[in-house]
Design a protein around this ligand. Structure first.
Ligand code: ADP
Ligand code: MG
Length: 255
């Protein structure tokens, strides 16, 4: 997508989201992400990081606020009857990978990859298979094309989940703690795949607690706590010498 330099890829404005009347989670979040940026989101557990990504993916309703994508309205709230309005064509251009593997267990790797392109977009099966095989090759998974998820390691499953999201040619990728459930020796292979995507200028939002990864992948870091953006800046600043006391406390404790 070619955008004029100043148009943000994503603009989140005054986003409010509660779970029921009692659990406010996002309390007026403002985020602006430029094209080509890789935004790492850090913050305390329960602070609403996953909620933000799920909202971005159209998986959660919002209470108020709005999100634009490429300068066009994407998600908004109809204040009158509290309906969340969403542009589904934009939603389909966003890919997400979750902490826990979300592969379909009864489908093999290639079948997992081609399901959405064939069902949602109407791609020809032969074309989808060809693209799946080339993605698997790129991720070092060609030997696993016919394996079922249960036959894969955690790291392989996450790499397949990333490949599956890429099958729909996303314009933005969301990664929610994709290595948190992995054995330490499997973390690197998944991070390398994401770093490879970063080299190809894939815009991404990444929630991670891995300091090495955060430093190496981020073009910008935001620290979210209490449902608000507390600090926002280049990785050297937010991770290296944070200005806000709350950011500093968090980084000292977690990293
Ligand atoms: P994070 O990813 O930063 O750890 P989450 O977005 O998962 O935070 O959660 C933010 C808060 O919202 C937490 O207090 C969590 O318990 C609550 N929450 C998350 N999902 C739900 C849900 N489906 N129903 C009710 N409360 C939820
Ligand atoms: Mg989370």
């Amino acid at each position: 997508m070619t955008l004029p330099m100043m148009t943000p890829l994503v603009k989140v404005d005054g986003l409010h989201k509660s779970y029921g009347p009692l659990i406010p989670v996002l309390k007026g979040l403002d985020i602006e992400m430029k094209p080509g940026e890789r935004l790492v989101v850090i913050g305390p557990s329960g602070g609403g990081k996953s909620t933000l990504l799920r909202v971005m993916m159209g998986l959660e309703k919002i209470d108020s606020g709005s999100i634009t994508f490429g300068g066009k309205p994407y998600i908004s709230s109809d204040g009158y009857d509290r309906k969340t309005l969403i542009d589904n064509s934009v939603r389909r251009s966003i890919g997400m990978v979750f902490q826990h593997y979300t592969l379909f267990p009864h489908l093999n790797v290639v079948q997992n990859l081609i399901l959405a392109p064939c069902k949602v977009r109407g791609d020809k099966k032969a074309d989808a298979i060809e693209r799946a095989q080339s993605l698997l090759k790129r991720f070092g998974l060609d030997a696993k094309a016919n394996a079922y998820p249960a036959q894969l390691s955690g790291g392989q499953k996450q790499r397949v989940a990333i490949a599956r999201a890429l099958m729909l040619d996303p314009k933005l990728m969301l990664f929610d703690e994709v290595t948190s459930a992995l054995d330490p020796e499997l973390v690197g292979e998944v991070e390398q795949v994401i770093l490879q995507l970063a080299k190809q200028d894939m815009p991404m939002m990444i929630v991670t607690h891995d300091m090495w990864f955060a430093k190496n992948i981020a073009s910008r870091v935001i620290f979210c706590a209490g449902g608000l953006v507390v600090e926002d800046g280049p990785p050297e600043q937010v991770l290296g010498s944070p200005k806000e006391e709350r950011t500093k406390d968090f980084i000292d404790r977690v990293f």
